[in-house]
Design a protein around this ligand. Sequence first.
Ligand code: XMP
Length: 206
Amino acid sequence: MYPVLVSLDPPPGKGWNWALELVKKLKDKVWGFKVGWPLIIEGKENLEKIDSRIVLDLKLADIGYTMRNVISRLRGDAVIAHAFVGYQTALEILREETAKRDMELYLVVSMSHRGSKEFIDRHVKEFIKLAYLVADGVVAPATRLDVLRLVRRYWPKTIISPGIGAQGAPPCSALRAGANLEIVGRALTRSDDPLGFLESYYAQCS
Ligand code: XMP
């Protein structure tokens, strides 16, 4: 199984049928699937049809009460939340709920787009400290390997890393810099041959 978390972001005009076809094709080859708002808005009941690991990419950033209210309505093995909302009456409550539901919690400590440098990246180390209190894993970018390596130095558990392909980072580059899983969306899901894509890039990665 390749250390890839497939990001199921449907192109315009496509939805769950498109996503479930990809799941059928790829589920035995990849670690799991990341589902975000575009698909959830089109029918959260379809999450039941994904017979693989599901990471809910909700980028939660709210008071604890509301974050709990959102995830208690969804099925998934893990959920992504923002770190900047802080611990007290926010992430502490989300943590309680994820633990109760046997879900993992991943915190965003840096993002793959350039704007991450404007605010978020000024606080990476503080976010990692917070992750020690609440998280099972963190999200850190493949597009800035210096940041990813810094996160690896301070964070011993799971790192999942977006930015491969469409955002410019080459496949395997984040794994080599210390990530545990690469998040791959468009480059893989919109390829004419997704299985071939995986095999050509990930068969000789490590
Ligand atoms: P592509 O098509 O660019 O899709 O491979 C990437 C997917 O990952 C999401 N994304 C992020 N998620 N932190 C996150 O938690 C990030 O820094 C980040 N950057 C991209 C993006 O929304 C898409 O679903």
